[in-house]
Design a protein around this ligand. Structure first.
Ligand code: ADP
Ligand code: MG
Length: 238
């Protein structure tokens, strides 16, 4: 079934923080492929290296050792220009929603659309309103974040991450600040939008109640990819 090229292909990634005597290895020989349309959940204790790995995949941090390809493009030793182009093809959702408080829901989403300079303002507005309706915020398009609930704000962040139809969405503990039901709603929404469009999602979470939305679960432990449910299935299958 997985005959397509991976969206992300990671081989033998090591990563270090600090210099000289303070240099400390954080990631150890990480290998991971993510395929189009796959929803991968990454779990693991705090400090195990999840955010570091996500920031490498997102082109937000330079790859120090190993190979990391995004749609066949190598990020190791990639130029800043190349990294900027890659970042445009990735939707990011963080624990805190990172919305701009002085912009409305629509304007927050529209900013992401307007990164594409070939889209007119009218088109950008139409696209932003359409995706806000899709995430259930049709009645809140002109609201400012301060007048919305945590779950509603995280829906705007999802709309913003998905509005340009990126092949990959990276989500770092997107439900951490939400109550149980809003957290569940928010990931189900991501799941539906992504399955609709064939988007791959890599989602970091501590929340055991949402593991069932994953096609595959991987676990980080002390900088190692300790478990991969796909690997286990393969082994069981012989
Ligand atoms: P997680 O997201 O799983 O909690 P992180 O990737 O944030 O893990 O952190 C992994 C380890 O790297 C932790 O020990 C953390 O203290 C350390 N670390 C994270 N970011 C930095 C940084 N910018 N500089 C130095 N050490 C860092
Ligand atoms: Mg983290």
């Amino acid at each position: 079934m997985l005959t397509k090229e991976p969206v992300i292909s990671i081989k033998h990634i090591n990563h270090y923080y600090g210099k000289g005597i303070l240099k400390r290895q954080i990631l150890f020989d990480i290998n991971l492929d993510i395929y189009p349309g796959e929803i991968v959940i990454m779990t693991g204790p705090s400090g195990s290296g999840k955010t570091t790995l996500l920031s490498l995949i997102g082109g937000l941090r330079s790859v120090q050792e190993g190979s990391l390809q995004f749609l066949g493009v190598e990020l190791y030793r990639a130029s800043q220009k190349k990294l900027v182009n890659i970042r445009r093809k990735i939707g990011y959702i963080f624990q805190a929603h990172n919305l701009l408080e002085f912009l409305t829901a629509r304007q927050n989403v529209q900013m992401a659309v307007e990164l594409n300079k070939y889209i007119s303002q009218e088109q950008a507005i139409a696209k932003s309103e359409a995706i806000l309706k899709a995430v259930g915020l049709g009645e809140r398009i002109n609201y400012y974040p301060e007048n919305l609930s945590g779950g509603q704000k995280q829906r705007i962040a999802i709309a913003r991450a998905l509005v340009n139809n990126p092949p990959l969405v990276l989500a770092d503990e997107p439900t951490a600040a939400l109550d149980k039901q809003s957290g569940r709603d928010v990931v189900e929404l991501m799941q539906h939008l992504a399955k609709d469009k064939g988007t791959s999602i890599l989602l970091v979470t501590h929340d055991n109640r949402i593991l069932d939305i994953a096609d595959r679960i991987v676990e980080m432990e002390d900088g190692l990819l300790a478990r991969d449910s796909q690997g286990k299935v393969k082994q069981l299958g012989g």
